[in-house]
Ligand binder design. Structure first.
Ligand code: ARG
Length: 459
C-alpha cells in the first residue's frame, strides 16, 4: 500500500522498518475513539463552513458505517495500515472516495492520537472506578460480619495488639478509597482536549476547539498547542495511580496467602478460587492472590518504562510517544482483571476460621500494652509501667506461662497497684473494646466506621 507521504520520497520503506514503525497491531484498540474523534472534527469543519454540508454528511455517514462494520465483526483494522489513524482515513477514502480526503483538514495525527488515547483512558478510568467500588463492597461485607471476630495485629510481622477483623478489613477500604480519589484527579486532567493543536503550532484553518471538546465530552481544552501534543504526564499519572492500586492488592494478597497456610490457619480457600498441585495430592494453592502479587511487577515496570520514555524528550511530538500505548493498555488490562479476581476471591474464595482467629489472640502477649496502660490508669508514669511489664513478660516467658496465669500476689509483687480486675482487662475482647480513640479498633468505633462506609458505598 502506498504511503500517504509517498510523493515526497523516492524509495519505498524497508519492509522490516515498515513493521518496526507501525503501531496498528496494538493501537487498533483505539478504533472507536479514533472514529468518534474524527466525527467530532468533521462536524466542527461543517459548522465553521470549511466543509460543505454535503461533504460533512458524507464523511460522518462514512465514519458511522465503518464503526458499524467494525462492531458487527466485518472490518478488522490491521496491516498494511501503519496505525489506526491512517487505517480509518484510508478506509473512509475507499468507502466514500475523494471527499474522504478532506477529513484530515486542520488536524494532525499528533493531536489526533493525543485525543484518542484520552477518550479511551477516560472510559477505562470510569470502569476501573466501578471495579474498585465492587471490591470495597465485598470487603465491607466481610467487615460487617466480623466486628467481634478478633485477629492478631502485627508490626514487623511480630504479634503487636489484637484487632477487630472488621477494623483490619476497613483499613483496605480506606486505601482503595484513596485510589478512587487519585483516579478522579487523574481523570480530570485526562479530560482535557488537545484536539486542534494540529501538529504542534495550531492551524490557519478555521477550527473551533471548544466545539470539538464539547462534542467529545471534554471538560476543557489545552491552552498551549505545543504542550497539547507533547504531554504524556497523564499516562504516567494514570499508571502511577494504578501502581498504587496494585500495591494495595499485593498487600491483601500476601495476607491471604499467609492466612491460608497451616501455620496461620486464619482462613481457608474454597474450591472456587484454589488450584491443586500436579504432584502433591494434599495441596490447595492460593494461585489467585499469588498471581495478583506477581502481576504487580508488570504495572510497576510500565510506570518505569513511561517515566524513562518521556525523559529528556524535547518539544514537541516525538515518535517515542508511540511507546506509551502498550504500557497503558496492559496496565488497564492488568489492574482490571486483578480487581475483579480479588473481588471474587473475597466474595466466594475464602472463608475465615473465626474460632482459630479469636483463639489465636488468647495465647500471646499482645495485651502487654494494656497491662502497662492499666498501671498508667493508676498514676504510674508510662515509662515506668512499660519497664515493669517488660519484667513481667520476661518472667512469664521463662516460666512458659501467659499473663493470665499469674496469681494476683505475683502481679502485686511487680507492682502493688495491680488489682483483681486486671484479669478482665487482659481479656483480648476487652483489650480490643478499650481502644476507644477515634479511628481505633474499639468495637464502637468500628461500628461508627461501618455506618460511614455504608453511606459512602450507597449500601
Ligand atoms: N502512531 C503514532 C503514535 O502513536 C501516531 C502519531 C504519529 N505522528 C507522527 N508525526 N508521526 O504516536
Amino acid at each position: 500500500m502506498a504511503k500517504v507521504w509517498s510523493n515526497r520520497f523516492d524509495n519505498s520503506l524497508n519492509p522490516f522498518i515498515e513493521k518496526f514503525n507501525a503501531s496498528i497491531s496494538f493501537d487498533n484498540t483505539l478504533i472507536i475513539e479514533d472514529i468518534e474523534c474524527s466525527i467530532a472534527h468533521a462536524k466542527m469543519l461543517g459548522k465553521t463552513k470549511v466543509l460543505s454540508a454535503e461533504d460533512t454528511t458524507k464523511i460522518i455517514t462514512g465514519l458511522e458505517t465503518i464503526k458499524i462494520e467494525f462492531l458487527e465483526g466485518k472490518f478488522f483494522p490491521g496491516p498494511p495500515a501503519e496505525d489506526i489513524h491512517y487505517c480509518i482515513e484510508e478506509k473512509l477514502i475507499n468507502l466514500i472516495g475523494e471527499t474522504g480526503k478532506k477529513l484530515h483538514t486542520g488536524r494532525s495525527r499528533n493531536d489526533q492520537v493525543a485525543t484518542d488515547i484520552r477518550l479511551w483512558l477516560r472510559k477505562e478510568i470510569d470502569k476501573i472506578e466501578y471495579l474498585i467500588t465492587d471490591l470495597q463492597k465485598s470487603l465491607f461485607h466481610v467487615a460487617k460480619k466480623n466486628v467481634y471476630t478478633l485477629i492478631p495485629g502485627y508490626t514487623h510481622m511480630q504479634r503487636a495488639q489484637p484487632l477487630s477483623l472488621a477494623h483490619h478489613m476497613l483499613a483496605y477500604l480506606e486505601m482503595f478509597q484513596r485510589d478512587r480519589e487519585r483516579f478522579k484527579e487523574v481523570r480530570s486532567r485526562v479530560n482535557t482536549s488537545p484536539l486542534g493543536a494540529a501538529a504542534l503550532a495550531g492551524t490557519k484553518i478555521k477550527i473551533d476547539r471548544s466545539f470539538t471538546a464539547q462534542e467529545l465530552g471534554f471538560e476543557k481544552i489545552y491552552q498551549n498547542s505545543i504542550d497539547a501534543v507533547s504531554d504524556r504526564d497523564f499516562s504516567i499519572e494514570f499508571v502511577s495511580a494504578s501502581a498504587l492500586v496494585m500495591s494495595h492488592l499485593s498487600k491483601i494478597s500476601e495476607e491471604i496467602i499467609l492466612w491460608v497456610t497451616d501455620e496461620f490457619s486464619f482462613a481457608k480457600l474454597t474450591d472456587k478460587c484454589a488450584t491443586g498441585s500436579s504432584l502433591m495430592p494434599q495441596k490447595k494453592n492460593p494461585d489467585v492472590p499469588e498471581l495478583i502479587r506477581g502481576k504487580t511487577g508488570r504495572v510497576y515496570g510500565h510506570l518505569q518504562a513511561l517515566l524513562t520514555m518521556v525523559k529528556a524528550v524535547p518539544l514537541a511530538y516525538n515518535k517515542d510517544f508511540q511507546e506509551d500505548k502498550e504500557p497503558i493498555f496492559d496496565t488497564v488490562k492488568t489492574i482490571s482483571s486483578c480487581l475483579k479476581a480479588m473481588t471474587i476471591l473475597i466474595n466466594e474464595g475464602i472463608e475465615f476460621n473465626i474460632n482459630n482467629l479469636t483463639n489465636s489472640v488468647e495465647k500471646d502477649f499482645s495485651n502487654a500494652t494494656d497491662l502497662a496502660d492499666y498501671l498508667v490508669g493508676k498514676n504510674v508514669p508510662f515509662r515506668s509501667a512499660y519497664q515493669i511489664v517488660g519484667e513481667i513478660v520476661k518472667n512469664c516467658l521463662e516460666r512458659k506461662i501467659l499473663f493470665k496465669d499469674l496469681e494476683l500476689d505475683e502481679f502485686k509483687k511487680f507492682h502493688p497497684k495491680f488489682e483483681k480486675n486486671i484479669y478482665e482487662n487482659l481479656k483480648p475482647i476487652n483489650v480490643v473494646k478499650s481502644r476507644i480513640s477515634k479511628g481505633g479498633t474499639g468495637f464502637d468505633q468500628v461500628e461508627i466506621e461501618l455506618n460511614n462506609w455504608k453511606k459512602k458505598l450507597l449500601l
